[in-house]
Design a protein around this ligand. Structure first.
Ligand SMILES: NC(=O)c1ccc[n+]([C@@H]2O[C@H](COP(=O)([O-])OP(=O)(O)OC[C@H]3O[C@@H](n4cnc5c(N)ncnc54)[C@H](OP(=O)(O)O)[C@@H]3O)[C@@H](O)[C@H]2O)c1
Length: 240
């Protein structure tokens, strides 16, 4: 299918990894439907691009999400790939989490992404070929100190990705999960740590955007089930 007829839904497209993927895909002539709560961080040249449509959605509100997704799906019934990037980090020992913080992190990092796939899967199955890509995390591969809830949300996403990979291959849908280590994005703005300052201490958002293009443009008969990326050197800076 020509790229200009290929419409990609991206969650978490207002910042960081999702924004880099959206910017790269519109440059490559894909059409992008971008979901997030707030478009203020999206550069004007991206917002004004004819291939870019922003829709405000709050994934914390699981009660209204199904009806919102249904109306997006109706309006954009030609979406043929979904890239799930929305998410946030919260790291602390489990006793430091309130019950609502536990629920919120699982809702955003896992449940809302499952709702998105649930909403779009029937149409994806009608496409000649389609892709679903999840941004997981290195925390989807191994649990670590202060990461119990974040890791649980990402392990859930990874299990979900593996299961629908099995379920959807007969419908010509390729399912991939990318598990990055630290990427230099606003993800760390609210955290008490960040990647070290050197260029080999973090993954660049463009590396992820290029990985997505590679997945979307690969031969349909081969699926990249899981891609793990990490910085050359893992250096963590703790903020005082
Ligand atoms: N940065 C890293 O080191 C790293 C490493 C591994 C995995 N990841 C994963 O990569 C994904 C993207 O992270 P990032 O680094 O790009 O972080 P980011 O720059 O903070 O972007 C997060 C995105 O999620 C959206 N989002 C957050 N809460 C939302 C809500 N309630 N409803 C709808 N959208 C919401 C944000 O949009 P709004 O605020 O406008 O709603 C934003 O577009 C996350 O799933 C994260 O877990 C990140």
């Amino acid at each position: 299918m020509p790229k200009e007829q290929s419409k990609i839904l991206i969650t978490g497209a207002s910042s960081g990894i999702g924004l880099a993927i959206a910017s790269c895909l519109i440059q490559c002539n894909y059409q992008v439907v971008a979901l997030a709560r707030n478009s203020s961080r999206i550069p004007t040249e991206v917002k004004n691009n004819n291939n870019f449509t922003f829709i405000s959605v709050d994934f914390f509100d699981l009660d209204t999400l199904p009806s919102q997704l249904k109306s997006i799906q109706k309006k954009h019934n030609d979406i043929n790939s979904v890239i799930c990037c929305a998410g946030k980090g919260r790291f602390a020992s489990i006793e430091e989490f309130s019950y609502s913080q536990i629920k919120e992190l699982i809702d955003l990092n896992f449940t809302s992404q499952a709702f998105v796939v649930r909403a779009f899967l029937p149409r994806l199955k009608q496409q000649k070929n389609a892709s679903i890509v999840f941004i997981g995390s290195e925390a989807a591969l191994k649990g670590g100190k202060k990461g119990a809830i974040y890791s649980a949300s990402k392990f859930a996403l990874r299990g979900f990705a593996q299961a629908i990979r099995e379920e959807c291959s007969s419908s010509n849908i390729g399912v991939t999960i990318i598990n990055p280590g630290m990427v230099n994005t606003p993800f760390f703005d609210q955290l008490d740590f960040s990647p070290g300052p050197d260029a080999d201490n973090y993954i660049q958002t463009n590396d992820l955007a290029n990985t997505i293009v590679f997945i979307l443009e690969s031969r349909q008969g081969t699926v990249f089930d899981e891609i793990n990326l990490s910085p050359l050197k893992k250096v963590i800076d703790f903020k005082k």
